[in-house]
Design a protein around this ligand. Structure first.
Ligand code: AHG
Ligand code: MN
Ligand code: MN
Length: 334
């Protein structure tokens, strides 16, 4: 039986990209491929979340006395185990661990990875889209891992991406040239290229912000949002509001449809809420490669020099001109 036109798989795409980089050693390809594997393993657990006692705060042990793991702990373990076994990373930083996770010397590789094993955890119990976000850096040298190997500005990333557990599972990543999206075909367990060379649209069709935080916002936010909303008139609705509360899913939708996401620093979160290393940096890098921008309000997200593993920042991410407009409002209101 003919299978028709077989689409490109994630593995094939990674290998093709490797061939175009003369300096490529193949180790980054191995790491990216294993990230795809980790994504499939987590997706399998996410898809069964309602069936296997991993919803919500069930406590530490179930009636059989077994440990009941929450989905974000499962995702964390899958990532650490898969990446350690891949022998491609030397150290990891995760939202779920206070300190750097070092890989033992005989399994250590050339890369450093920061990740949010499950982003949007508050949405798990309601079956709303969640995801895993990752940022990849080259290790500085073969010396012992120190904090500065991990606490690096996002502009030093060499790859970044996310796995989105939505109506379908998607693996979206960049190694610096293009942002490409792959959809998991659950019938054969393979990621196929479904959105090659994703470009961030220039226009803001979607505005994403948690308006429940209005009471805590700094002065510029309300007038800025109102300004965007005035683009709508009797003739046409140009902008609509969408906010999921899973940054990764909000970002993906905005990347596809054209949208601006904001999580400003506010009175409740004076440093901002979202984390630099494993939430903002990877998405900022992807946004820039796709033609968009990401700012903390005064500078590029990718230029932040983090001092702590779990450092937070304000985030404005979306079309370039809209991010610049927000920066202008901030300047005018300060
Ligand atoms: P996480 O689930 O990894 O802790 O991240 C949650 C983040 C982000 O995904 C989301 O957009 C944001 O926190 C939501 O915060 P609010 O509930 O304050 O809007
Ligand atoms: Mn998160
Ligand atoms: Mn998380």
């Amino acid at each position: 039986m003919s299978t028709g036109n077989i689409q490109k798989t994630l593995t094939q795409h990674i290998q093709d990209q490797q061939r175009t980089h003369l300096e490529a050693t193949g180790h980054l390809s191995a790491l990216l491929t294993q990230l795809g594997v980790a994504g499939k393993l987590i997706a399998a657990q996410v898809r069964r979340a309602g069936l296997i006692e991993i919803w919500g705060d069930t406590g530490d042990t179930n009636v059989q006395g077994e440990t009941v793991q929450k989905l974000d702990r499962i995702a964390q373990d899958v990532f650490v185990e898969t990446l350690t076994a891949s022998e491609t990373v030397a150290a990891m930083a995760s939202e779920e661990e206070n300190s750097i996770i070092e890989v033992n010397t005989h399994q250590a590789g050339d890369y450093i990875i920061a990740f949010d094993p499950l982003d949007g955890s508050s949405n798990i119990d309601a079956n709303v889209s969640i995801g895993t976000i990752f940022a990849v850096y080259k290790r500085h040298g073969q010396d012992e891992i120190v904090r500065r190997d991990v606490l690096r500005p996002g502009r030093e990333q060499i790859a970044a991406g996310y796995i989105l557990y939505g109506s379908s599972t998607m693996f979206v990543y960049t190694a610096g040239k293009t942002v490409d999206g792959f959809t998991l075909d659950p019938s054969c367990g393979e990621f196929f290229l479904s959105r090659p060379n994703i470009r961030m649209p220039d226009k803001t069709r979607v505005l994403s912000i948690n308006e429940g935080n209005e009471a805590y916002w700094p002065g510029w936010v309300k007038p800025f949002i109102n300004k965007i909303k005035t683009r709508n008139n009797q003739d046409k609705r140009r902008v609509t509001s969408r906010h999921i509360g899973s940054l990764v899913a909000d970002f993906h939708r905005n990347l596809i449809y054209g949208g601006l996401y904001l999580y400003p620093a506010d009175a409740r979160s004076p440093q901002g809420k979202l984390r630099v290393l494993y939430e903002c940096n990877p998405l900022a890098y992807m946004a820039e490669v796709a033609g968009g921008a990401a700012s903390d309000g005064t500078k590029r997200i990718l230029d932040i020099q983090p001092e702590h593993l779990h450092e937070r920042t304000a985030l404005i991410i979306g079309p370039k001109n809209e991010v610049a407009l927000a920066e202008q409002f901030i300047k005018e209101h300060s």
